[in-house]
Design a protein around this ligand. Structure first.
Ligand code: MF3
Ligand code: CO
Ligand code: CO
Length: 290
């Protein structure tokens, strides 16, 4: 987009409330099957969401205010002619969620600063031509201790193994089982109270994609299905609670929690396409040892 277009794009913020309704698409009980134009749309949306998280990497530093990261993300999304899906979604007031340490998900950016040693998840969803790209990653704030780094590794590996379970004849239960088996083998736990979701023109659609389960259970994976896989993994017990702000979910035992998320589609051959892969190979930003 040309520099001249930037102020106009930002002014659209004034009309963002309820923009999710503008797609005139609603959640239905069946799992939608999308065609080639859906794949094209999701590739663009997923790529922009990934580029937004790439853009943030050098800004995730000790002392940085999380509201500033949110502003950078919002401007990036608007400057690329897209919309921030979370802004105005069910009353949420920001572009990204920033979940630090024992925050499991839906952490709210604010006038609080990152501190050295924090591990934070940043989650962004963009809307491009009506299609939703939803992704999150873990970032280390300066050097990070070994327990936190191990948790992050377990979480990413859980996502990888969950996605590797997407193949012809597999079910959603196979994805959850692959994640849970790995996470629990590493003496960590899978959060039960939040799950992945179908998406496309709708932000949160059928099905619920849980990150635990038994092989062969749940709906069959079919070509044209779009959904997220976004395991939340705790060092301690799986229980969470939501704080009085109505959003911030934390571990009940205050143990560290990590998450990473991709938006994916099932291809004609039954294999998975990751829409939110980092074009620069930075889905897993380097975390420094302390
Ligand atoms: N991006 C989150 C997800 O993975 C949803 C955040 S909803 C918000 O589904 F309103 F909290 F932003
Ligand atoms: Co999601
Ligand atoms: Co997300």
């Amino acid at each position: 987009m040309s520099p001249a277009g930037r102020p106009a794009a930002r002014n659209r913020l004034m009309t963002l409330t309820d923009h999710n309704d503008l797609t005139f698409q609603t959640r239905t009980r069946d799992i939608k099957i999308h065609g080639p134009e859906g794949f094209e749309g999701m590739r663009k949306a997923g790529r922009l969401a990934a580029e937004c998280l790439d853009m943030l990497i050098p800004h995730v530093l000790p002392g940085v205010q999380t509201l500033d990261l949110d502003r950078l993300a919002r401007e990036f999304v608007l400057d690329h002619g897209a919309l921030p899906a979370c802004l105005g979604y069910k009353g949420y007031g920001h572009t990204v969620c920033i979940s630090r340490n024992h925050v499991v998900c839906h952490g709210i950016p604010g006038d609080w600063a990152l501190r050295e040693g924090d591990v934070v998840n940043i989650d962004v969803t963009v809307i491009v031509d009506g299609w939703h790209g939803d992704t999150s990653r873990m970032y280390g704030v300066g050097p990070v201790n070994a327990r936190a780094r191990r948790l992050v590794d377990v979480t990413y590996r859980g996502l990888e193994l969950g996605l590797a379970a997407v193949k012809p004849g597999a079910t959603f239960g196979d994805i959850g089982h692959a994640i849970q088996t790995h996470v629990e083998s590493q003496r960590c736990s899978v959060v039960r109270d939040f799950c992945g979701h179908g998406l496309g023109r709708v932000f949160h659609d059928e099905p619920n994609v849980v990150h635990f389960g038994r092989p062969g259970t749940g709906p069959l994976l079919k070509p044209g299905m779009f959904f997220t896989v976004e395991p939340m993994v705790n060092l301690g017990k799986p229980q969470v609670k939501v704080l009085s702000d109505g959003w911030t979910a934390v571990t009940r035992d205050k143990s560290l929690s990590a998450q990473c998320e991709h938006s994916v589609g099932v291809l004609e051959d039954g294999m998975v396409e990751v829409f939110t892969a980092s074009p620069t190979g930075q889905f897993k930003p380097p975390i420094l040892a302390d």
